[in-house]
Write a protein that binds this ligand. Structure first.
Ligand code: GTP
Ligand code: MG
Length: 210
């Protein structure tokens, strides 16, 4: 897939204020600081599009980005661009939030994920540097209970050796096998090295044209 353009559209406090659900939408979610905004920027090749930060809790609203893309084998001047939405969501598991803020997050996210009718896929980001975390497994099991489609994206693969990353990826997928009969598609990525970009864009392209 070739990204033709990507622009910021709107930040919404709840799903009802999101843009009209008239094109395919892909959401990125995961623990605070896992690299959601960085991954979005890597996918569209614009480091300044989604705001990133070393401080957890940077993204607080539902952020819509409008992307226009072409398939890899397009005919110049003939192939129509496909418009779709990328959504950057606030992270979970951030220790420094009050009980009421956490509840607010849960309600906003549950409503968005379950009611957004054009949501094609949820990318759940997992930090490849760590052993399986309960908060991630609980979130994934919740998606399962809601019967929502998702993929796993392991992030920050440049930060550890390949051996360590493979060990953590395997441990996470093994932990999922305890409750899941079939595993979803997964990707190993690095926003710094642009690792995993082509595979995720191909996945989105295939969903867009399915
Ligand atoms: P919140 O919006 O606060 O939930 O965070 P987020 O998940 O959007 O994370 P963000 O993209 O802001 O990245 C958090 C920190 O991790 C930043 O300092 C990024 O530069 C760094 N980071 C993100 N992805 C990568 C990566 O692939 N490799 C490395 N080395 N650092 C990364
Ligand atoms: Mg963010």
């Amino acid at each position: 897939m070739i990204i033709k353009s990507a622009k910021y559209l709107i930040s919404s406090p709840d799903f009802q204020q999101c843009p009209k659900p008239d094109r395919p939408e892909y959401a990125f979610i995961g623990r605070s600081n896992v690299g959601k905004s960085s991954l979005i920027n890597m996918l569209v090749d614009n480091q300044k599009l989604a705001k990133t930060s070393g401080t957890p809790g940077k993204t607080q609203l539902i952020n819509h980005f409008e992307v226009e893309s072409l398939p890899d084998k397009h005919v110049p001047g003939k192939t129509q661009t496909t418009p779709w939405y990328l959504v950057d969501l606030p992270g979970y598991g951030f220790a420094k939030v009050s009980q009421s803020q956490r509840k607010q997050w849960e309600t906003m996210i549950e409503n968005y994920l379950r009611k957004r009718e054009n949501l094609v896929n949820i990318f759940v980001l997992i930090d490849s540097r760590h052993a399986p975390q309960k908060v991630d497994l609980d979130f994934i099991n919740q998606l399962g209970a809601w019967e929502l489609p998702f993929c796993i994206v392991f992030t920050k693969a440049d930060k550890e050796s390949q051996k360590e990353v493979s060990k953590n990826v395997k441990a996470f997928l093994d932990a999922m096998r305890k409750t899941w009969q079939f595993l979803p598609q997964s990707f190993v990525t690095s926003a710094i090295k642009k690792m995993g970009r082509d595979k995720i864009l191909l996945f989105i392209d295939q969903c867009n044209t399915a």
